[in-house]
Design a protein around this ligand. Structure first.
Ligand SMILES: NC(=O)c1ccc[n+]([C@@H]2O[C@H](COP(=O)([O-])OP(=O)(O)OC[C@H]3O[C@@H](n4cnc5c(N)ncnc54)[C@H](OP(=O)(O)O)[C@@H]3O)[C@@H](O)[C@H]2O)c1
Length: 299
């Protein structure tokens, strides 16, 4: 499950207006049948679907972006799914199907944002909240040798983030001007990268949290789709780099899987809900009590 599932249920993102549609972009499972000309997979292989069926590599076209699962085309909330071979990747051996099912959207998005921002060891990133994208951003940033500042509305979740390697934590409820704390924690300079999942309500504070020449991976709308006080001057006077991130290609997914397999990184699953109780998974997502991911299981 991703926050996106709620947005689609409420009326959709652009290019995700197909109605009716089988929902849910992410899924993993076992290959039970292959077509005659398939060479990349055989029966019994363990696979996950790519978020965009047809974005394999490079810069996506409009047509490729029309193939987002569970939005533009049918998704993964199904017992059986048939796709061309370019729309699958093999999953790491150390992951269960439930763990691998968390990867196609949130993990690829976090990976894409950090890599596109050119993250290197010793840099500092800021990530907002403890949902799916942000927890993957925390895990990958630690893997890259970066310092991580993370915010949350809950001290208990911040404790869990520390246990995962977060270097600095800020409660954004008790510390509403959290960008000042970020500045303080970076000797007044600001962070190298922001994983901007908040949107309207967090954007201007994220801007104030970035260093001059810093990078903002523009990803989410947890607090709304508005501009959040963003002005051209606030960007150019600080030489900021804004990069829209829309999940990623199969090539990025495969690069990420290599890293996950090498480091035996485990996605963080908060709860696993049986397929028959899928409505409960939506309710849980809406309550925002989760840390990391909520997964729907067939077993
Ligand atoms: N562009 C893309 O390709 C892409 C891909 C994936 C996701 N997204 C977007 O990224 C966002 C996150 O997605 P997700 O699936 O990771 O969401 P999620 O798992 O549902 O995240 C929920 C968490 O967000 C945090 N949050 C809510 N309001 C916040 C605020 N004002 N400041 C800081 N944190 C806040 C809360 O963390 P605490 O409980 O710790 O406070 C909440 O538990 C969504 O807007 C989604 O649409 C975009």
């Amino acid at each position: 499950m991703n926050y996106r599932e709620l947005v689609i249920l409420r009326g959709g993102y652009i290019r995700n207006q197909t109605i009716p549609v089988i929902p849910v972009s992410d899924g993993a499972g076992e290959v039970v049948s292959v077509g005659e000309n398939v060479t990349a997979f055989k029966i019994g292989d363990r696979v996950a679907g790519t978020f965009f069926r047809d974005w394999v590599t490079g810069i996506p076209t409009e047509k490729m972006m029309d193939t987002a699962l569970g939005g533009g085309i049918d998704g993964m909330l199904a017992n059986y799914v048939a796709r061309r071979e370019h729309a699958w990747v093999k999953i790491p051996e150390h992951l269960t199907y439930e763990e691998a099912a968390t990867l196609p959207c949130a993990a690829v998005t976090a990976w894409n944002s950090l890599v596109t921002g050119g993250l290197i060891a010793g840099q500092t990133i800021l990530t907002l909240g403890t949902g799916g994208v942000s927890i993957f951003a925390l895990q990958f940033a630690k893997l890259f040798g970066a310092r991580v500042i993370i915010t949350s509305s809950s001290d208990e979740k911040l404790e869990r983030a520390r246990a995962l390697g977060a270097d600095e934590t800020i409660n954004y409820h008790t510390n509403s001007e959290w960008q000042q704390k970020v500045r303080f924690l970076t000797n007044g300079l600001g962070v190298d990268q922001v994983v901007e999942v908040g949107g309207e309500g967090t954007l201007s504070r994220s801007l104030s949290s970035a260093r001059i020449g810093g990078y903002i991976g523009t990803i989410g709308v947890l607090t709304g789709f508005g501009s959040g006080g963003l002005t051209p001057a606030s960007v150019f006077f600080n030489h900021l780099r804004f990069q829209g991130i829309y999940v990623g290609s199969r090539e990025m997914f495969e690069a990420m899987i290599k890293a996950i397999a090498l480091h035996r990184l485990k996605p963080v699953i908060d709860q696993t809900i049986p397929f028959a109780e899928v409505k409960r998974a939506y309710e849980l997502l809406e309550q925002r009590k989760h840390f990391g991911k909520i997964v729907i299981s067939h077993s």
